[in-house]
Design a protein around this ligand. Structure first.
Ligand code: CDP
Length: 211
């Protein structure tokens, strides 16, 4: 499940995971954990060698901490500071390779799973049997995030969404774009239930059975 910031990936992934009995992983948390730890340790988030060293240390210690599965609460990973630093972190190609390896290692133990992010269908799991690319108008995405998280004014959130869209779509390494075989769903005028129903129909067509 790929798509731009606040397109509804997490909400729909979780609902779909529950319906079909999948494990679920939000790959953005790994990038946010790295950004958060960099800020805490006075490491520049755009310093490739320092970030790679930080990542290597975290992988050696505990994979599930790097993946953001425990220790961190969502609020601290979603602060405005982390939101700014994460775009710099996500541009480091060697770091992306290491995170990609961690995501693949997780998926080895979770073969029936749904993973959300920016480059899951294009780079991390190009052979995934089913790929969704979720999108919506930036204004709609910003309004939904404000309603959901109470995380600043509409204007601040819209600016952040537009800034991260631009950073994610224009970076040279693993830019955000739909995989050629992705099913693209524009959720601007759809309710969550409508999105889930569409996705579920594609899952059933692909031979998946509801849990
Ligand atoms: O939930 P939201 O859409 O706000 O973003 P996220 O999934 O938490 O991801 C935060 C940032 O991590 C994104 O803006 C990307 O820069 C980066 N990211 C990435 O580069 N590749 C991924 N597979 C997932 C996230």
């Amino acid at each position: 499940m790929d798509g731009p910031a606040a397109a509804g990936k997490t909400t729909t992934s979780l609902r779909l995971a529950e319906r079909f009995g999948f494990s679920y992983l939000e790959s953005g948390r790994a990038y946010r954990v790295l950004a958060y730890e960099a800020l805490r340790s006075d490491i520049e988030p755009d310093d490739p060698s320092a970030m790679i060293e930080l990542c290597a240390r975290m992988v050696r210690n505990n994979l599930s901490v790097l993946l953001g599965l425990d220790r961190y609460d969502t609020g601290e990973l979603r602060s405005a500071e982390v939101g700014r630093a994460v775009s710099l972190v996500a541009r480091i190609s060697e770091l992306r390779l290491r995170v990609t390896n961690c995501l693949r290692a997780w998926a080895k133990g979770n073969s029936r799973s749904i993973v959300e992010g920016r480059d899951i269908g294009t780079v991390v799991f190009p052979a995934a049997p089913l790929k969704f690319y979720l999108t919506a108008k930036p204004e709609t995405r910003a309004a939904r995030r404000v309603a959901q998280e109470n995380s600043g004014s509409y204007k601040q959130v819209l600016d952040d969404v537009l800034r991260r869209d631009h950073a994610d779509m224009t970076r040279s390494v693993s830019p955000l774009k739909p995989a050629p075989d992705a099913i693209i769903i524009d959720t601007t005028d759809l309710t969550v239930d409508q999105v889930i129903d569409r996705m579920s129909a594609h899952c059933r067509e692909a031979g998946l059975v509801e849990a």
